[in-house]
Design a protein around this ligand. Structure first.
Ligand SMILES: *[C@@H]1O[C@H](CO)[C@@H](O)[C@H](O)[C@H]1NC(C)=O
Ligand SMILES: *[C@@H]1O[C@H](CO)[C@@H](O)[C@H](O)[C@H]1NC(C)=O
Ligand SMILES: *[C@@H]1O[C@H](CO)[C@@H](O)[C@H](O)[C@H]1NC(C)=O
Ligand SMILES: *[C@@H]1O[C@H](CO)[C@@H](O)[C@H](O)[C@H]1NC(C)=O
Ligand SMILES: *[C@@H]1O[C@H](CO)[C@@H](O)[C@H](O)[C@H]1NC(C)=O
Ligand SMILES: *[C@@H]1O[C@H](CO)[C@@H](O)[C@H](O)[C@H]1NC(C)=O
Ligand SMILES: *[C@@H]1O[C@H](CO)[C@@H](O)[C@H](O)[C@H]1NC(C)=O
Ligand SMILES: *[C@@H]1O[C@H](CO)[C@@H](O)[C@H](O)[C@H]1NC(C)=O
Length: 583
């Protein structure tokens, strides 16, 4: 980490230099305020902004090549994942870049500090008045009408032309990615239900899904993993807390309300739905940016509870970590960046990361989406499988909303993550109408999926032409059960639905496979997609259903890959066979 960081520290010491104005160019711009926001006029000049500046990385193409070299099963380097220093070397800015940016900040009397080990992001605290000058713009306050949440953003900003090849972007500016509320996050739906403790598997699976149903459907082993160095991590964002009492405690067959005061007498998830596991099995907590996980029952989040219950409770015996990311940066999209930066820098990052949160792709500027996508490439190169839910609004994006053209979601639209859609039912297992899927408007189609996607496009012919970019990255890649999945929250048994369910379920399957690989001294699966598209036989192909949205019937499910269920749902036995592992 290097000379760059060291040099930055020296160069960024604040000096007072009176400014020189050079010609400036518009860096990023929007034509109009995004739908759903109103403009409240110029932001108060004394408000303080936490700005992040992304510097141009020295060798992004090299990073992509290195990622594919270790992730493509046909490559000699397959499985030879990179160290944090090797990864950081691709994204560190050059000395020229560091010098140019440092000079610009000095001239403007602004001090900044590196926000990543490689120094490719800087963070700085600045008043709106100073930021208006620095970026030749006028920041406004916008209100998101649906939530009342306010954002300080701008429709365009400029930097001196000398920085064109040195700065990627400044955030928050033109990306309306939200602050603390769950705006733009996948919003799963919860139904309160009682879950009988000892229903027979076949009977219960027709009505709702439990760990036992998933084990039966996907041949997931019930036996304990054996490798303590093989781990799975769950992303937890500010305000979404995972409750331990809901994970452990028991025998409640009845419905309780969130406010029920004596919830502690009930014992929930593990005892009810994994009676064969040690009911003390738990997850550990890791904190990024000061993130916390308070154990106040009324603060338990459906998402965080589900994600921890279906990793601890399905990836039997795999050490599970809940990574709580605090909000001490600019907004939630920087939480998305900070958790990845943190994991890239670890000596031994967890081999699987499951995240059931996302955005509509259009709220991110292409530069910001591209930068984050390259952060996923860095973590993939380290050997981590990164899974994201595809969204719950069918072709309308994260949630059911008005649209004409289809709305892709991010991070699913990034070619370096594995996107998970949702299925329902067992006879047959079919797509859910809300399973988001489609085509990016930012990222081009990666070669690993071009044959599968081209076959699909040939099958549907001219259906929905003009509503999506047929040459772009297509998602989801895979799917798993996502409707009426039993879990526990605030002392009550409930059912959870959404691609939020499918993501930790599939992630747990990958964690158990990594355990088997580790046991025979083989590397973890890492970035999954090249392997998955090369081995469609590891899936139960889903051939029924379609997703809906934007007043259309969306995309139909077809034989092979489709933009609703991807390649299909997992068959653990078939995975073992393809990997040459014994059962
Ligand atoms: C430079 O910044 C410092 C601290 O932020 C401030 O006290 C000082 O007045 C600034 N100088 C100029 C010339 O803007
Ligand atoms: C930049 O945004 C402002 C509104 O904040 C607008 O008046 C101006 O025309 C925009 N400039 C460009 C080049 O888009
Ligand atoms: C269950 O786990 C707890 C905590 O790790 C441990 O103390 C206890 O011995 C375990 N019980 C059994 C039966 O393995
Ligand atoms: C965020 O929080 C962490 C831990 O509390 C702290 O070390 C770090 O400096 C903070 N970062 C910013 C940008 O405030
Ligand atoms: C739990 O959270 C609720 C809502 O924030 C609050 O009213 C209550 O005081 C908290 N209880 C404890 C024990 O912290
Ligand atoms: C396709 O992507 C481009 C940007 O790459 C975008 O301008 C266009 O609107 C997209 N088309 C549709 C139908 O969304
Ligand atoms: C979307 O919402 C509309 C209006 O509430 C409803 O009629 C439609 O069924 C919903 N579509 C989906 C896919 O949920
Ligand atoms: C899962 O894969 C195994 C091995 O290829 C196969 O025998 C079995 O039929 C598959 N299960 C399902 C449900 O397709």
């Amino acid at each position: 980490m290097s000379q760059f960081l060291h040099l930055l520290a020296i160069l960024l010491t604040p000096f007072i230099i009176h400014g020189v104005v050079s010609s400036s160019i518009i860096f990023e711009s929007l034509n109009s305020i995004p739908t759903g926001y109103t403009d409240n006029g110029p932001a108060p000049v004394d408000s303080v902004l936490s700005l992040r500046v992304a510097l141009v990385q020295n060798n992004v193409a090299g990073l992509h090549d290195a990622l594919y070299a270790v992730s493509d099963p046909s490559s000699n380097l397959y499985g030879q994942h990179l160290s944090s220093l090797e990864v950081e070397a691709f994204v560190a800015p050059t000395l020229d870049t560091v010098a140019a940016v440092a000079a610009w900040l000095l001239i403007n009397n602004v001090s900044a500090k590196p926000a990543t080990p490689s120094g490719d992001w800087l963070s700085l605290s600045i008043t709106v008045g100073a930021a208006n000058t620095l970026l030749a713009t006028i920041f406004h306050t916008y209100t998101q009408t649906s939530t009342g949440e306010t954002y300080i953003r701008t429709l365009n900003y400029s930097l001196p032309s000398e920085l064109q090849n040195h700065v990627e972007l400044v955030h928050p500016t033109v990306s309306f990615t939200g602050a603390t509320n769950p705006n733009g996050l996948i919003s799963p739906f919860i139904t309160s239900r009682s879950i009988p403790r000892s229903a027979t598997i076949r009977a219960e699976c027709a009505e709702y899904i439990t760990p036992a149903c998933l084990q039966a459907l996907y041949a997931i082993p019930t036996t304990l993993a054996t490798q303590p160095s093989n781990q799975i991590a769950v992303s937890g964002f500010d305000g979404r807390y995972a409750n331990l009492a809901d994970l452990h405690a028991s025998p409640s067959n009845t419905l309780h309300h969130r406010s029920k005061p004596n919830f502690n007498v009930y014992q929930l998830f593990l005892t009810t739905l994994r009676p064969d596991l040690n009911s003390s099995t738990t997850f550990t907590l890791q904190s990024v940016d000061g993130g916390i996980n308070p154990q106040n029952a009324s603060l338990a989040s459906g998402e965080a509870n589900f994600d921890t219950q279906y990793t601890v409770g399905l990836a039997s015996g795999v050490p599970t970590t809940f990574i709580a990311v605090g909000l001490n940066s600019t907004d939630i999209i920087m939480e998305f960046l900070d958790i990845i930066t943190y994991l890239v820098a670890m000596d031994q990052p967890p081999q699987v990361l499951t995240t059931s949160y996302g955005f509509n792709e259009f709220v991110l500027s292409p530069a910001l989406a591209t930068n984050l996508c390259n952060a996923y490439a860095q973590l993939g190169a380290r050997g981590v499988s990164i899974l994201f839910g595809s969204g719950d609004g069918g072709v309308a994006g994260l949630s059911n909303s008005t649209c004409t053209n289809f709305v892709p979601t991010f991070p699913s639209s990034c070619p370096f993550v594995t996107s998970v859609g949702a299925t329902t039912g067992t006879n047959p297992e079919a797509a859910t109408t809300y399973s988001s899927g489609g085509f990016s408007n930012i990222f081009t189609m990666p070669s690993y999926q071009s044959a599968a996607v081209t076959k699909y496009l040939d099958t549907i012919g001219s259906l929905n032409t003009g509503k999506f970019n047929a040459t772009s990255r297509a998602f989801p890649d895979i799917s798993a059960q996502g409707t009426n999945v039993g879990f526990a929250i605030d002392g009550a048994a409930s059912l959870f639905s959404g691609t939020s369910c499918s993501t930790p379920i599939f992630s747990s399957v990958i964690a158990l496979l990594n355990d088997r690989l580790r046991a025979v001294d083989r590397p973890p699966l890492g970035f999954l997609n090249p392997f998955l598209y090369a081995n469609p036989s590891v899936f139960n192909d889903i051939t029924h259903g379609s997703n809906l949205g934007c007043g259309s019937t969306g995309f139909p499910v077809e034989v092979g890959w489709d933009p609703v269920t991807g390649l299909g749902t997992p068959n653990f036995t078939a995975f073992l066979n393809v990997l040459g592992l014994s059962a």
